[in-house]
Design a protein around this ligand. Structure first.
Ligand SMILES: *Cc1c(COP(=O)(O)O)cnc(C)c1O
Ligand SMILES: [Zn+2]
Length: 477
């Protein structure tokens, strides 16, 4: 089955049913799961982690996973990722690294539902900010980190808009299994995220450039120095991120929603979701696949531009690369840089573009772009009707609202918006939105074309006098 050039006999004692395979069907080269690569040696395309499912022990029904949750004294089954180990079986149970990731919540909220335009009971928010490092990235990091440990890596690196580095730094600090080396662009990263990397003790390299620049450098450095790369070009990350979909199904008692709506940055999440549902269908564990909506920020809308405007499709794996190259040339020529308040999706060259095109095909998907104004208004609604989220996450709610308005989503559809990061990741954006201080509003948001904060909850200023305070409370409550 495997025709890997560098098969490693030492590891063949273990019953390995996983392997890596090039996503380009015309190449389809395979490699050992126990090897480190971020692209195909032969053609340079992205890699998938695939399994010989007929040799795997997979439950016959999804509800068999409920019994795993009953075994939460076992750290592997406590984890919201590894509870589903049978659906990402690239490692032995004894090799799994976990810090208790994936204890996340699906909240049904009618106030946000009303804002989006949904019937009562139909809008759900999946809070991935509840993860240990405060974003969905922990789902994928525990899988990549496990693989890094299987490969005896001593250092791991990533380029990051903030959350990937926070997650890697946390796995390094909590497990002491390796040293984190993180690359960030200058001036873009939010303090919430930067503070995590510094506090967890990661070696933090701030280069003069943006995320796309940092991404190019980290690839070069990890090749040069043999450092394990955990960016989402790492196919193991996506295996862990599949479990976000499993947990949504679990919360819905294994029913399939009609729509999954997710913000799109490097497109790892959307790619992973597509793979999750394709595999469940292949395994006969589900009979229907939900539709996918990927939401770009207007200031970083490469996927929208290519998919909706220039008609680029997966096309059975024969992606027409010409319009993609042409678009990237245009970006270079005009010196266009990604620019949005939603810093986690401020990315112009999404590394998982082709995998995302495949997911859009498999899930009958659509792509939309929303303005920073729409993102912040949606974010304020999530805060007022739920547990809050960071700006990038609210793109999903703003996108759902747009699709509802267009009639693409029906008011009776069951919709799940994935909220990718915690409210406290970026307090600057939140405070600027709610602030009565026009100067702060203009500085943080006005420069991005945000005109007004329609859903602002302003603090009221009162003199330090009992009577005045009582009057103010009676007036406003
Ligand atoms: C990384 C990140 C995204 C983008 O996810 P991709 O998988 O790269 O598309 C969105 N929101 C938050 C909060 C993130 O940290
Ligand atoms: Zn290939």
């Amino acid at each position: 089955m495997l025709q890997s050039a560098n098969s490693n006999l030492a590891s063949s004692k273990r019953l390995d049913i996983a392997f890596q395979q090039c996503i380009n069907p015309a190449c389809a080269a395979t490699y050992e799961a126990r090897s480190v690569r971020t692209s195909c040696d032969r053609c340079g395309d992205l890699l998938d982690i695939l399994y010989e499912w007929d040799r795997a022990e997979v439950p016959k029904q999804m509800n068999e996973f409920e019994a795993m949750w009953g075994r939460r004294y076992d750290p592997v089954r406590f984890s919201g990722v590894w509870r589903f180990h049978e659906l990402l079986p690239f490692c032995g149970q004894d090799e799994i690294v976990t810090v208790g990731e994936g204890q996340t919540l699906l909240q049904q909220t009618d106030s946000v539902g009303k804002f989006v335009g949904m019937n009562a009971g139909k809008l759900h928010l999946q809070y991935e900010g509840m993860n240990p490092s405060g974003s969905f990235k922990d789902n994928g990091m525990c899988a990549a980190f496990t693989h890094a440990c299987m490969m005896n890596a001593k250092r791991a690196a990533c380029a990051s808009t903030g959350n990937t580095s926070a997650s890697l730094a946390l796995y390094c600090s909590a497990t002491k299994k390796m040293k984190a080396v993180i690359f960030i662009g200058s001036g873009k990263i939010s303090y919430g995220k930067l503070s995590q990397a510094l506090d967890y003790g990661a070696l933090t390299v701030q280069i003069a450039g943006d995320f796309d620049d940092a991404m190019i450098r980290v690839k070069q450095i990890s090749d040069e120095l043999g450092i394990y790369l955990v960016n989402s070009v790492n196919p193991f990350r996506l295996e862990g991120q599949k479990t976000i979909m499993f947990r949504i199904m679990e919360a819905l008692r294994w029913e399939i929603p009609d729509w999954i709506v997710v913000p799109g940055g490097n497109l790892g999440n959307s790619s992973a979701f597509g793979k999750a549902f394709a595999e469940l269908k292949q395994l006969g564990l589900i009979d229907r696949i939900p539709r996918l909506a990927v939401i770009n920020a207007r200031g970083a809308d490469t996927l929208y531009e290519l998919f909706e405007r220039r008609g680029v499709r997966w096309n059975g794996g024969q992606v027409d690369m010409d319009p993609i190259r042409q678009y990237y040339d245009e970006l270079d020529r005009t010196g266009a840089k990604a620019d949005t308040i939603a810093s986690a999706i401020e990315i112009n060259r999404p590394v998982n573009l082709k995998k995302c095109l495949r997911a859009l095909e498999g899930m009958d998907g659509v792509v939309r772009q929303v303005s920073d104004q729409e993102i912040l208004d949606a974010k304020a609604q999530v805060g007022a009707g739920g547990f809050g989220c960071e700006p990038a996450s609210a793109a999903s709610v703003a996108g759902a609202k747009m699709l509802r308005r267009e009639g693409v989503i029906a008011p009776s559809d069951r919709v799940v918006c994935v909220l990718t990061g915690h409210e406290l990741k970026d307090p600057t954006a939140t405070v600027a939105y709610h602030s009565a201080d026009q100067e702060m509003f203009n500085k943080v948001l006005g420069s991005r074309g945000v005109k007004k904060a329609s859903h602002a909850n302003r603090a009221i200023a009162v003199p330090n006098e009992l009577d005045d305070i009582i009057k103010a409370i009676q007036l406003y409550s």
